[in-house]
Design a protein around this ligand. Structure first.
Ligand code: ASP
Length: 304
């Protein structure tokens, strides 16, 4: 399963941009399945899918990342392996084309789970990861979006649905989760965060248990929405706990998680979930969430 962010995107059928999202999601799902058909693990599949989503400027991750209060890109990403709960995360980084790949290196090549800012960038250099130039990230759309956020004096989701003109807002943050034929679950989430955020603000996406979680005994989860709401409810681990402690399936656990998110903090956003039996589920409190899934032998299904 993959998602391209929760929020609003109305009039889908008439919107060329929506078709663009749809095609991108479908192509990436097919690629993820191919990775596993060729013997790749769930972890390899989610890294590959997240990287492709980061490479597509319509999404709020990698090259399409939104801008912070200073007009700068600061990205967060995390990856988790359900086999042994190993995880890697980076936060407040810039000039890296694929933050998810740096997160994977933190997991496999360092003794830590999370590296941030300058320390993460030094680690990237140490690993020989190339730095992408500034102009790789600054799309005219993002500059305009920051201008609008500054005018309204607000901090907002890439695809905020709280404004009257929400139809014009676009989807954003990305995530990928997978179950491979060996029964291994993995999850990846990557984002530019929220528009006009304070410098140094870190959201839920790189926080294990909030924006991302994977445990072979329960499920894989990737979240999108207002990170602060997800951090306070530790939403991804909460959904995993519903499966672990209450023996729920993906669908019931997702509904229970969304109910908890709403009741406790009026949380705005959504999640995608695959449980250890391969059941797929999604839930969101925003108007929409672009997401899709593909199974062995089936067609890709994309939902707005
Ligand atoms: N969850 C992300 C954050 O708060 C934003 C998003 O999902 O669009 O950084």
């Amino acid at each position: 399963m993959v998602h391209g962010g929760a929020g609003a995107l109305d009039n889908v059928k008439d919107d060329k941009t929506a078709v663009r999202y749809l095609e991108s999601i479908r192509r990436i799902l097919e690629h993820g399945r191919e990775v596993m058909e060729l013997g790749g693990s769930a972890l390899q599949a989610v890294e590959a899918c997240a990287s492709l989503l980061e490479d597509d400027p319509v999404f709020n991750a990698g090259c399409g990342s939104v801008l912070n209060e200073n007009g700068k890109v600061e990205m967060d990403a995390a990856i988790m392996d359900g086999r042994d709960l190993s995880a890697g995360a980076v936060a407040a980084i810039d000039n890296i084309a694929n933050p998810i790949q740096l997160a994977r290196l933190v997991m496999t090549e360092s003794e830590h789970v999370m590296l941030i800012a300058e320390g993460a960038m030094r680690f990237a250099d140490h690993c020989g990861m190339e730095r992408a130039p500034e102009n790789y990230f600054y799309t005219p759309d993002r500059v305009e979006q920051l201008k609008q956020a500054r005018l309204k004096n607000k901090i907002m989701l890439d695809h905020d649905d709280t404004e009257e003109d929400s139809e014009d807002q676009k989807y954003g943050t990305i995530g990928a989760i997978a179950l491979d034929p060996m029964g291994n679950l993995a999850a990846a989430t990557s984002t530019g965060g929220i528009v006009n955020k304070r410098m140094g603000r870190v959201g839920d996406s790189p926080i294990v248990g909030s924006g991302v979680y994977a445990d072979n005994e329960t499920c894989a989860v990737s979240a999108t929405g207002y990170g602060e709401d997800f951090m306070r409810t530790v939403i991804s681990k909460t959904i995993s706990d519903f499966i672990y402690m209450k023996e729920m399936n993906a669908d019931a656990a997702t509904r229970a998680g969304i109910e908890y998110l709403t009741r406790k903090v009026k949380g705005r956003g959504g999640v995608i979930v695959i449980d250890h039996n391969g059941n797929c589920a999604s839930g969101f409190t925003t108007k929409k969430m672009i997401h899709g899934w593909i199974e062995h032998g089936g067609e890709a299904v994309v939902r707005f």
